[in-house]
Design a protein around this ligand. Structure first.
Ligand code: KG4
Ligand code: ZN
Length: 358
């Protein structure tokens, strides 16, 4: 039995969790900074780091207490060391290193992007990750920081086959929400507001999808682009006389619903195209935007029966440390222990392997 304490500080959530053997989540304490960043309409990196500094020790104590454990029960300490906001990452990584050094425990650095994929299986059982029938597995990680497709094979090999060439989908939703005066974080607010509108009312562009007779360049076959949709939202609002001049209520709701529809349509279409062309046996939807009910339903509706669809449980979609502690179990199992000099990194690296199915 291995008990791992995980720490997550890559963006605006300070989280600590205790997970047993990669899947039994004994605790998952999360302190959100939404209130602190809301006035700015987005995450301010230095502010995030300062908030992590304040919350770090209390949240780790909380996670241990909720799990009914003490630091003496823990077998390893893990922390997200990238990708993410550098000042924010440094707080969690350093705290974890200090805790590991003081208690003579192994320290494990965790890739946040892979942890999001792993989160999908925290509830449904990690044994199935060994099932050869699920591979090749195509994962769409869609959050405030990432929109990328990764292909995973049964032997733990992985390849990033597509990524956003500008904004992430969550970032586009957050920026759109700011533009429309709806607040932060945009994704959940847009989903809630969009329910009142008609998603077919306005036709926002679907970049890199081959619409309007524009062929998709081969190198962008599985890539995404969301900054154009955002710009067209701005023009659309200006044309209708908003958002400073308040749009009539129904036009406003229709705008929100149609914008969300464009983002979701692109995500679903490109994922299914890749899944079909590359003969994926399963699809995984993970990351903060995976909370979105319209996106979940769309993938349910469009995924052919022969492809198994895994939707991350909503409670593990947004940033949390349970996915960090869970994934770290596989690092520990494979002897992938890190040095206390391990660095943090901001950008998504080329992913070549995942540890969870080896
Ligand atoms: O995974 P996450 O917590 O942080 C990153 O790693 O970026 O994702 C946060 C993102 C934000 O952009 C937020 O607007 C989006 O997830 N999000 C949603 C929903 N809930 C959160 N987007 C669409 N619909 C939602 N219900
Ligand atoms: Zn995340």
């Amino acid at each position: 039995m291995a008990l791992i304490l995980g720490i997550e500080t890559s963006c605006d959530e300070t989280s600590a969790a205790v997970v047993e053997d990669g899947s039994r989540v004994l605790s998952n304490a999360v302190a959100s900074q939404i209130r602190q960043h809301a006035p700015y309409g987005g995450v301010v990196p230095e502010l995030a780091a300062r908030e992590h500094l304040k919350a770090m020790h209390p949240i780790v104590s909380q996670a241990l207490k909720d799990a009914g454990k003490t630091i003496g029960d823990i077998d390893a300490i893990a922390a997200t060391n990238g990708p993410g906001l550098m000042p924010a990452l440094l707080v969690g990584v350093n705290f974890a290193k200090g805790l590991a050094a003081a208690n003579n425990l192994p320290f494990i650095g965790i890739n946040h992007f892979i942890a999001h994929i792993y989160a999908t299986f925290l509830d449904t059982g990690i044994e199935q990750l060994k099932d050869p029938q699920l591979y090749p597995m195509l994962a769409l990680v869609v959050s405030g920081g990432h929109t990328a497709l990764v292909m995973i094979t049964i032997d733990g090999k992985a390849e990033l086959i597509g990524t956003t060439i500008d904004d992430a989908a969550g970032e586009a939703l957050d920026k759109a929400s700011k533009l429309l005066g709806l607040g932060y974080p945009g994704g959940p607010i847009i989903e809630k507001t969009g329910v009142k509108g008609n998603p077919k009312a306005y036709d926002f562009p679907r970049p890199l999808c081959g619409g309007a007779g524009k062929p998709v360049p081969e190198e962008h076959k599985y890539n995404f682009s969301f900054s154009g949709i955002k710009t067209s939202l701005l023009y659309h609002c200006q044309k209708l006389g908003g958002p400073e001049i308040k749009l009539p209520e129904q036009e406003f709701y229709d705008t929100v619903a149609s914008f969300q529809e464009a983002v979701i349509d692109v995500l679903a279409k490109k994922t299914l195209k890749a899944a079909k062309e590359l003969k994926a046996s399963s699809i995984v939807l993970a990351g903060g935007v995976a909370c979105n009910g319209v996106l979940r339903q769309r993938l349910e509706d469009l995924t052919p029966k022969k492809i198994k669809l895994f939707l991350s449980p909503r409670k593990f979609c947004t940033d949390n440390a349970a996915m960090v502690a869970g994934l770290a179990y596989h690092h520990l199992r494979l002897g992938m222990i890190d040095n206390l000099a391990l660095d943090a990194f901001a950008r998504l690296p080329q992913i070549t392997t995942v540890p969870f199915n080896r």
